[in-house]
Design a protein around this ligand. Structure first.
Ligand SMILES: Cc1cc2nc3c(=O)[nH]c(=O)nc-3n(C[C@H](O)[C@H](O)[C@H](O)COP(=O)(O)OP(=O)(O)OC[C@H]3O[C@@H](n4cnc5c(N)ncnc54)[C@H](O)[C@@H]3O)c2cc1C
Length: 329
């Protein structure tokens, strides 16, 4: 028996694998069984070669699709079911990110298993901890089934990795000239192209309803993020107001992030928002209301109008960059 980790590939050539994948590989080490990794999609061979050198991975499988094309989750689930049926896996694990959340329930339905989602701790083969009620409750699930399907909340596991001598890499049939297979093209979001990826960003500037207009967002949030080389995220209200796309939503229904520094500006600190950022190492809250609940979760709090203090921060960090000092320090 072995564990299968489903690896998310790379959207662009030349990129390294997302640290999210390393967090999943680290998460399953607790199970002390051989770990197989599989990657399917464009540039899968390149990903597989990198994976084979990551300590904790015992074998790698890959299947290529042409160019920038990635299989839609419906198709990937069908492909993986056939692969899994031909092997002997006790656990099938993916990250609890957009790709994993799309895939694992479909795969579970095909395999006839119950998935355990958003796992934060693997206790043993059949015992898993997961968060519920917007992160306020830790549930312990004991799941007795022959094959476990998990999504793991990658922000709760280390994404550090060590190298090893490459293990064996097996090429599976590719999808070229198979017209019946629908492919999903990697959609380019022009607006977010030059922003740091939230799941890997060391610094995140997050905006809330306290940023009253799109103009304030452009004038306050974007320049601060640029000065800090930070990713930009937002609360549900910031997303609903159109300040950032839905891929910038942080919280229960959005992304889980774990940056070294999280700067929340004009966000009240609702549980549903906290659920997505509570793994942040250092939290700075800027809010004009001293009673805002977010202050209870802050390492540093500033009771102030964002319009008054953020320009000062932008000025300070921009000058720091210009003088060659490290803004990430
Ligand atoms: C099932 C469910 C799932 C949800 N999922 C999510 C989720 O994933 N992510 C999420 O974020 N929310 C989520 N929500 C919504 C959540 O409950 C809150 O409504 C939302 O997070 C509030 O956003 P906010 O803090 O930006 O707005 P508000 O709660 O309105 O807070 C705005 C804050 O800005 C401050 N402020 C106002 N003006 C200024 C100023 N000039 N300078 C500084 N501060 C100022 C105010 O004092 C206030 O604290 C969910 C809700 C439900 C029911």
């Amino acid at each position: 028996m072995a564990i299968l980790v489903i690896v998310e590939g790379k959207p662009k050539s030349g990129q390294t694998l997302s640290p999210v994948n390393f967090a999943v590989i680290n998460a399953v080490q607790q199970l002390s069984q051989p770990v197989h990794a599989i990657v399917v999609g464009g540039r899968a061979e390149d990903c597989a070669t990198q994976l084979s050198t990551i300590k904790g991975v015992d074998q790698v499988f890959y299947a290529e699709t042409p160019g920038d094309h990635w299989l839609a989750p419906e198709q990937l689930a069908v492909f993986l079911k056939d692969f899994i049926d031909a092997h002997d896996y006790s656990h099938i694990v993916a990250a609890a990110n957009f790709a994993g959340k799309n895939l694992i329930p479909r795969l579970a339905a095909l395999l006839g298993n119950e998935p355990v989602t958003e796992v934060i701790s693997i206790i043993d083969d059949e015992t898993f901890e997961r968060l519920s009620y917007a992160g306020r409750l830790v549930e312990t699930w004991v799941v007795k089934q022959e094959q476990q399907l998990l999504t793991v909340k990658h922000s709760h596991f280390s994404s550090d990795y060590q190298r090893q001598h490459p293990v064996s890499v097996v090429k599976l049939g590719n999808f070229v000239n198979q017209p019946e297979v629908r492919c999903a093209q990697w959609l380019k979001n022009i607006d977010s192209e030059d922003r740091a990826d939230l799941s890997t960003a060391k610094i995140i500037v997050a905006a809330g309803a306290g940023i009253a207009t799109q103009g304030e967002f452009e004038y306050l949030i974007k320049p601060l993020a640029k000065a800090l080389n930070a990713g930009i995220g937002g609360s549900r209200i910031a997303v609903d107001k159109g300040y950032c796309g839905s891929d910038g939503l942080i919280g229960q229904t959005g992304k889980s992030v774990a940056p070294a520094l999280y700067i929340a500006i004009g966000i009240s600190g609702a549980n549903q928002h906290l659920a997505g950022m509570q793994a942040s190492k250092c939290v700075v809250v800027i809010n004009s209301d001293s009673q805002a609940p977010f202050f209870q979760h802050a390492d540093y709090g500033l009771v102030a109008d964002a319009k008054a203090v953020v320009p000062v921060l932008i000025d300070y960090f921009t000058k720091k960059h210009l003088t060659g000092e490290d803004g990430n320090g």
